[in-house]
Write a protein that binds this ligand. Sequence first.
Ligand SMILES: CC(C)(COP(=O)(O)OP(=O)(O)OC[C@H]1O[C@@H](n2cnc3c(N)ncnc32)[C@H](O)[C@@H]1OP(=O)(O)O)[C@@H](O)C(=O)NCCC(=O)NCCS
Length: 169
Amino acid sequence: MANLIPLADIDPALIERVLDAAFGPDRFARTAYKVREGTDWLPTLSFAALDADDMLAGTIQCWPVALTDPSGRRHPMIMVGPVAVLPDLQGAGFGKALVTASLTAIDPRAPLPQVMIGDADYYGRFFGFSAASTAGWKLPGPWEPARLLCRTANSAVLPQEGMLGPWRG
Ligand SMILES: CC(C)(COP(=O)(O)OP(=O)(O)OC[C@H]1O[C@@H](n2cnc3c(N)ncnc32)[C@H](O)[C@@H]1OP(=O)(O)O)[C@@H](O)C(=O)NCCC(=O)NCCS
């Protein structure tokens, strides 16, 4: 059973260690890093999972991003991830607990669409993310269209086309 605490309570060096273990040292070149470049993760939506010995098992970070449509209008969204679980502890439910915590913490009065780059097999099956609305979206780096996923209560209001990038107020 995962114990979840705010990610802000964790030493930043430990967070980096979990991310290195889950994604490898080349992770900084990933397109997801460019999408959220210059933003800070959102403390109220970002969590750490501790194992039974209160050791850090995994992390999730969420970021403020925007999809800019062809008319230049910016649509705010929440970028979910990276979700990272230490390799030895994968498959024990930490990932599901972390994603559930972030999605549940989103304010239901203003539920911004959630976007991520990830496996539809995992994030679709357990959380309802889908690539169905993202075919016309662009990212500031290479991506596999099937892995650009969105989750929202009303996909009809999503722009069909746009460029994802950091939210800057
Ligand atoms: C992907 C990840 C976050 C999942 O967390 P986890 O704690 O290992 O997974 P959970 O224990 O919550 O869920 C396990 C279930 O998900 C399935 N699953 C795990 N990773 C999967 C994937 N990439 N694709 C499809 N299914 C997956 C397992 O088969 C298992 O299914 P079951 O319940 O039917 O047996 C974790 O494995 C990880 O950190 N991987 C490396 C980094 C990464 O790829 N992160 C995601 C991109 S942001």
